[in-house]
Design a binder for this molecule. Structure first.
Ligand SMILES: [Zn+2]
Length: 290
């Protein structure tokens, strides 16, 4: 009540600058329409789209692990370097886990159309710089492809993709000596920070997360069933070895990487200019000279 009164007095005394004194939420869905206008201004049109998925995460983590973790990192980063954060988004690529309960695998065309319409709508509302923050390994091919298709036709905004981030060396040593890609030590540790109440560490060893290496092919040869061939339980690693200490380090590294990305994108004055120059040129390729 007292805070509301102070804000009201500030508004009455100094209407022009009063808005800068009101702390705006970084959550898109928590802003009023009028506050949204100010938030877009404050973020310099920079918005985050944290991208998760719904899929099994070993025997011990929730289906929304990637969504919960990426949103925790993105929201904390946006608090540090202001940006508007889009609501829950999990319409990604996960065809390799359809045999497990709780996986939601949308069709390919819908994934691309949904993402395009989402970034188009974000941009129409002033997000001229959209940073897609990926939180799911299965999106690592989808997202650069999507970003590349932004050159298909003219747009008045730029899409940037921040792929999965490797923590720099220097954190607490990892105890596991095997591959820990999915629901393993590091990912479990991050969940111990974002939603510790959803981590069932005692169940982590009830299934095997070992690499079963059932496909004998050279590394350079890609085929879709590779993941299932190696990790049929949709579990890769030893989640039971996770610690809060590792989680703090991993989550902090991720947040730092997102903060850096927001700062770099805000500073980027060339991306849209070059994109516009390019779109102008593609109308008359015969006039393009070396
Ligand atoms: Zn995951």
């Amino acid at each position: 009540m007292r805070n509301a009164l102070i804000v009201l007095i500030a508004l009455l005394l100094c209407p022009a600058s009063a808005w800068t004194q009101v702390k705006l939420s970084v959550h898109w869905e928590e802003l009023t329409a009028d506050d949204f206008r100010h938030a877009i201004q404050q973020s310099q049109g920079t918005c985050l789209l944290p991208f998760g998925i719904l899929e099994k995460h070993g025997p011990h983590l929730p289906l929304g692990t990637d969504l919960l973790n990426v949103r925790y990192a993105a929201l904390h980063a946006a608090e540090q370097e202001f940006a508007v954060v889009f609501p829950e988004y999990y319409f990604g690529q996960i065809f390799e886990a359809q045999h497990e309960p709780g996986t939601i695998a949308y069709s390919t065309h819908l994934q691309l159309e949904m993402l395009q319409e989402t970034t188009d709508e974000m941009a129409r509302n002033g997000c001229k710089k959209v940073i897609i923050v990926n939180g799911h390994g299965g999106n690592e091919n989808l997202l650069p492809f999507f970003a590349q298709t932004q050159l298909e036709k003219p747009r008045d905004y730029v899409v940037y993709v921040l792929g999965l981030v490797e923590s720099p060396p220097g954190g607490p040593p990892k105890k596991s000596t095997v591959i820990n890609w999915h629901a393993g030590e590091a990912e479990t540790a991050k969940m111990m920070i974002s939603r510790p109440d959803l981590v069932h560490l005692d169940r982590a060893a009830s299934e095997s997360g070992a690499d079963q290496a059932r496909l004998k092919l050279p590394d350079a040869l890609y085929t879709a069933i590779w993941w299932y061939a190696r990790f049929p339980n949709h579990y890769s690693g030893e989640g039971g070895l996770a610690t809060r200490e590792l989680g703090e380090y991993e989550m902090k590294s991720w947040q730092d990487a997102i903060v850096k990305a927001i700062q770099a994108v805000k500073a980027d004055q060339e991306g849209l200019k070059l994109q516009n120059e390019y779109f102008e040129k593609i109308k008359h390729p015969l006039d393009t000279r070396p």
